[in-house]
Ligand binder design. Structure first.
Ligand SMILES: [Zn+2]
Length: 209
């Protein structure tokens, strides 16, 4: 009976959190909140109130899959984080981004947390995954086009306003051949994909669908 009471308490907490959130994030949190409540209502009493945390998954309207408890791990069909979209590419305030632990690099929070886990796993295998670039402002992208040329014209820089670095979901990594091979074997487990040809250093975080 203690577990049932605890679950009821947790549901009340979630419902009060849903009531507190304001638009535009309300729709995402509400969808997730309902999923969490539904999840908790089906938990066997022997499982405890927090037994589902970290394993339960909720599918959002955009088709993305979010870890229960975060509510933020959602992207649109182009891979743009829903909770950052309103800020615009390359014009995201620092307060809306998250630092990758042990570095000065910033990313969308789920991408930062996942990259930390990836780098720890690599380190555990004796492999160093260095970071050379992460979130990039619109102004930096303009400078980069000047110095590296447009990708569409044989250069290495995306048109300002279209780079996934401007959404805080792409990183450029410093990888020796061992690390490059490690990334190709393991990065997918952490949601990172190598998706720009001619740029083996460029990896994008795409939440598991
Ligand atoms: Zn890149």
């Amino acid at each position: 009976m203690q577990d049932v009471a605890a679950i009821g308490h947790r549901i009340a907490q979630i419902e009060s959190r849903i009531a507190q959130v304001s638009p535009p994030s309300a729709s995402f949190d509400t969808v997730l909140g309902e999923a969490v409540v539904a999840e908790l209502r089906t938990v066997p009493s022997t499982n405890g109130p927090y037994g589902v945390h970290g394993t339960a998954r909720a599918t959002g309207a955009a088709g993305g899959v979010a870890a229960v408890g975060s509510g933020k791990d959602r992207v649109d069909a182009e891979g743009v984080p829903l909770d950052l979209k309103a800020h615009g590419n390359g014009t995201i305030p620092a307060s809306a981004l998250s630092t990758v632990a042990g570095t000065s690099h910033s990313l969308w929070e789920p991408a930062a947390r996942s990259l930390e886990a990836l780098r720890s796993a690599a380190a555990g295998d004796g492999v160093t995954v260095g970071i050379t670039d992460s979130y990039r402002t619109y102004g930096t992208q303009v400078d980069l086009v000047r110095s590296k040329g447009l990708y569409s014209q044989g250069g290495l820089a995306a048109t300002p306003g279209t780079s996934m670095h401007g959404w805080g979901v792409a990183v450029d990594l410093q990888l020796d051949s061992t690390a490059q091979a490690w990334m190709r074997r393991n990065a997918g487990r952490f949601g990172y994909v190598e998706n720009v040809s001619r740029e083996p250093w460029h990896w994008q975080y795409v939440p598991t669908r």
